[in-house]
Design a protein around this ligand. Structure first.
Ligand SMILES: Nc1nc2c(ncn2[C@@H]2O[C@H](COP(=O)(O)OP(=O)(O)O)[C@@H](O)[C@H]2O)c(=O)[nH]1
Ligand SMILES: [Mg+2]
Length: 213
């Protein structure tokens, strides 16, 4: 592994002998790798942004959206949420409840509706209401569900066409307890929609999560 090779080289170059020094070096190298991803720009305050949130069922997409909205609102951004998970029972209501709690508008259609149409309306609403951040929730899906992956591409295309001045981002949400399967998820979602960043959830209940590296 590239990380271990780098570590080995640095340990011998710098003549480190103490395990604690090696640990500190490992931490430094790991942090450096995480910093160079550019994912942090997703919540930029300077640029209007449309963020598409993708991932498998139960990864924590909707909960993460509430956290992102809360943070953005605390930074004086005007946020609109789009309930484009029209598939799972109760998903729209779940986002609406979070919208009420956080105090941001939620654009929603009926259950079973077209997610692309929700995304379209959310972009229109963002312009009309002068919002500077749109966060689009989506239904969970597996990489094996080709039709659902195609649907995701379609939603992304609609956002792209309606984006105007909005910068577009795709963030992949991965359950931190997932382990190595997270890699497969990252590969397949990136193939479909080019993810800009990864959010690892549920780190409060697990010591796993190294997959993010
Ligand atoms: N402990 C913990 N639970 C979480 C976290 N994020 C989400 N969950 C829980 O995971 C479950 C699925 O979350 P949800 O946001 O609905 O997932 P989605 O299907 O990807 O939208 C819910 O019970 C959440 O409360 C987290 O960071 N920590
Ligand atoms: Mg959800």
């Amino acid at each position: 592994m590239e990380l271990l090779d780098t570590l080995r080289d640095r340990v011998s170059d710098e003549g480190l002998k103490e395990p604690s020094d090696v640990c500190a070096l490992l931490r430094e190298e790991m942090t450096a790798r995480l910093k160079n991803t550019g994912a942090g720009n997703a919540l930029s305050e300077e640029i209007d942004t449309a963020v598409l949130i993708v991932g498998v069922n139960g990864a924590g997409k909707t909960t993460t959206i509430a956290k992102l909205a809360h943070t953005a609102k605390a930074n004086d951004q005007k946020v609109i949420l789009a309930a484009a998970d029209t598939f799972r029972a109760g998903a729209i209501e779940q986002l609406q409840i979070w919208g009420e709690r956080v105090g941001v508008d939620v654009i929603a259609h009926q259950a079973g509706g077209d997610p692309g149409a929700v995304a379209f309306d959310a972009m229109e609403a963002a312009r009309a209401r002068k919002a500077n951040m749109v966060i689009i929730d989506t239904a969970g899906r597996l990489h094996t569900q080709t039709n659902l992956m195609d649907e995701l591409k379609k939603v992304q295309g609609i956002i792209a066409r309606r984006a105007g001045d909005f910068d577009q981002r795709v963030l992949l949400v991965i359950d931190g307890t997932t382990g190595q399967n997270g890699l497969i998820q990252a590969r397949s979602f990136t193939e479909a929609v080019e993810c800009d960043g990864v959010i690892l959830t549920k780190l409060d209940g697990t010591a796993r999560g190294g997959i993010v590296l």
